[in-house]
Design a protein around this ligand. Structure first.
Ligand code: ACO
Length: 436
């Protein structure tokens, strides 16, 4: 279209500028030509939390937050959750198409072949304190993998990249299960590549002295669905960390460790752990109105509610609610679900939440299922990190093949002192000491 442009008048100079629009965006660099004179640096945009800035082009995940739509490579999340295995979805995210039967069989074998970890990694994990938070253990151990696979630094070779991708997807459940067992003082269980991705994870978590651990099929299926729902979510905080760190051409293990660190924060993936603590603290339905009052007074946050891009019901939360009922058929009902449902009911009919378009997000119900399955809250974010590794790696791989790729290096608006001259220490006077 010829009129896909934006005309800007700079009232400081009365100059007009015409800037092309593509995909509903303008290029921030096109603003740089807007200057008051030859010494002016040029106009920049200020967008501290990327509220309205597209940092990349991506063909992986589509999200319409106002309509509550989520699609991987064009396929609605609801259909993928109903019909696919997690590894099938992982293949889709990484390769752009659903696998054929042969491709899927090969892919399953390939990933499961990489579930073993070097014995020295086990020794490394032994060094953590008995009550180390499993996210701390996971992120450090993933970073440590870079020392075992020095070839990974050659990130410009697509074959080498692919190898690390399969390694990481294969090893994440093993590392997560070892972090879990380390905390309980239980011996590590080697992976069984004959099992499915989730059944093998359950086997490494929960096998005791029985000759063969048989995962409950309903719980294994629930985990598959939860993993599918968490596999990617376009440019969220941890994926942006993955892209920012990866843009310096750091190796994929160090880069993934950075993404895990970002995920751990309570405003992002760490929210699922916080939701359970919050539900525990509320204790019973009678205490909900008082809790909601505290939220509205700004004293608390309703964890698991709100989202930067969803201004409608998070479609993942809707699916998770259904999965919860299936899991409870096996495990018995987690009483926290009734507090959560009542919290949701009250919040969604309250003006504070309606006005701000705050709805339950993916983290609101997931922890309740994980707890019913036997996980402790400190494991919940790990359960997010395992599947999200696929999304991080798909986005990292896409970035490295993008001709527009450059090292991430934002600008700033400097608000500090103008140039001033050095003052010798003897002339700096006295200030009150502040204890660190
Ligand atoms: N409880 C109470 N009030 C909230 C909540 C909440 N959970 N979330 C947002 N608000 C309020 C804010 O106080 C603000 O109110 P104001 O306009 O009166 O100042 C308004 O809603 C807008 O919120 P922002 O913080 O500006 O929204 P933002 O997009 O920056 O933050 C976030 C999104 C971080 C997810 C926020 O909603 C939140 O902290 N939620 C709780 C933590 C959580 O569940 N995180 C998981 C998100 S999903 C994920 O990452 C996997």
């Amino acid at each position: 279209m010829d009129n896909e442009t934006l005309t800007i008048t700079d009232n400081r100079t009365n100059q007009n500028y015409t800037i092309p629009i593509s995909h509903g965006t303008i290029r921030a660099m096109d603003l740089r030509q807007i200057k008051t004179g030859p010494d002016d640096f040029g106009l920049m945009t200020y967008d501290p939390a990327f509220m309205n800035t597209a940092s990349c082009q991506s063909a992986i995940t589509f999200l319409d937050g106002d309509k509550g739509i989520l699609r991987y490579r064009g396929y609605p999340i609801e259909q993928l959750a109903e019909h696919c295995t997690f590894l099938e979805v992982a293949y889709l995210l990484l390769n752009g198409e659903l696998p054929t039967a042969d491709e899927l069989a090969y892919w399953n074998c390939d990933v499961m072949r990489h579930t073993m970890i070097h014995e020295n990694v086990k020794k490394f994990m032994d060094g953590f304190h008995h009550d180390a938070h499993p996210m701390g253990t996971l992120l450090s151990t993933v970073a440590a993998l870079s020392t075992f696979y020095p070839d990974a630094r050659n990130i410009s070779d697509p074959k080498i990249r692919r190898k690390q991708i399969v390694r990481l997807i294969g090893k994440m459940p093993t590392l997560a299960a070892y972090a879990y067992r380390h905390r309980l003082g239980l011996p590590y269980i080697y992976p069984d590549p004959e099992l499915s991705y989730t059944k093998n994870y359950m086997h490494m978590l929960w096998k005791r002295t029985e000759p063969k651990y048989e995962a409950n099929p309903v719980l294994a299926h629930a985990l598959e669905v939860l993993f599918i729902l968490h596999a990617d979510h376009e440019q969220n905080c941890s994926t942006s960390a993955m892209r920012a760190v990866g843009s310096s051409n750091a190796d994929p293990y160090a880069t993934t460790a950075a993404a895990i660190s970002a995920l751990w924060g309570p405003l992002h993936g760490g929210a699922n752990e916080e939701v359970l603590r919050m539900l525990g603290e509320i204790g019973s339905k009678d205490h909900i109105p008082a809790f909601i009052d505290q939220v509205k007074e700004g004293k608390r946050k309703l964890m698991g509610f709100g989202h930067r891009v969803y201004k409608n019901y998070d479609p993942r939360a809707r699916i998770i609610k259904q999965v919860a009922e299936e899991v409870f058929e096996v495990t018995g009902r987690n009483p926290k679900i009734d507090i959560a449902l009542e919290l949701e009911r009250i919040a969604l009919s309250d003006d504070y939440f309606i006005k701000r378009k705050l709805y339950p997000n993916v983290d609101f119900y997931s922890g309740i299922i994980y707890q019913a399955m036997g996980f402790t809250p400190d494991q919940f974010t790990v359960l997010f990190g395992i599947p999200r590794t696929v999304g991080w790696l798909a986005q990292w791989d896409e970035m490295l093949s993008d001709p527009d790729k450059k090292i991430a290096r934002p600008r700033q608006v400097y608000t500090g002192e103008e140039q001033r001259d050095f003052v010798p220490i003897t002339l700096r006077g006295q200030r009150e000491l502040v204890e660190a």
